[in-house]
Ligand binder design. Sequence first.
Ligand code: Z5A
Length: 212
Amino acid sequence: MNKGFFITFEGGEGSGKTTQSELLYNNLKEKGFVVNRTREPGGTILAEKIRDLLLKGDQDKMSNLTELYLFAAARKDHIDNIIEPSLENNEIVICDRFIDSTTAYQGYAGNIDLRVINYVNNITIGSSKPDITYIFDIDPNIGLQRSINITTEEIRFEKKDIDYHKKIRSGFLEIANNNPDRCIVINAEQELKKIEEFILNLTIEKYEGNGN
Ligand code: Z5A
């Protein structure tokens, strides 16, 4: 019997992942599923502290490799204390960003060798591999415009130039191409309700098809 069901939401800035992961969480709960919604970097006390280090302050304050290790450290704590226990408990876990963000941001955009990224990702997650990954695809100019109105100190990545964000977009599309078993690309420029319905229906179909 399968243990739990693990869903990740990925994509560039302002693509609507957070909005849609919350909608899916509410919709599944309303239908009686046991669901846990979390995010990366973050999800535990220690990982939220690492989040502050990573997302606040000057964009050049650390190297790409330092970033990679900090994201991995936060993820390991999150997996050990939140994701794995929830999956062991047969829950549905919805996570806003996960390993594909590391591949897109530190790998494709940050130029760390993808073999290093894959190695670090694999030893960090162990068997906690997502069952479905929704990749939100949006023109970075539109995404950045959408997030401009959100007031937060967590803007280290938003401050990077447009070329960086274009690399992230094409990186995510390549990840989807390389992982067709779990990745579904969502056109994030569509109307909110249309995306919400599509994701809910597909999630339930995949969940039931997974032997749950
Ligand atoms: N990062 C990394 O480099 N490596 C890693 O391994 C991980 C992360 C895990 C975390 O940010 C940062 O860490 C991230 C990558 C890096 N870079 N940044 N910044 P985050 O995930 O916490 O924050 P974010 O990516 O900036 O997300 P965001 O600003 O919260 O955007 P979003 O979640 O994609 O969008 P949203 O908040 O749901 O929506 C943005 C706005 O658009 C909002 O006003 C919505 O009402 C609106 N919206 C949403 N959907 C629509 C539609 N369909 N139409 C019109 N308007 C919409």
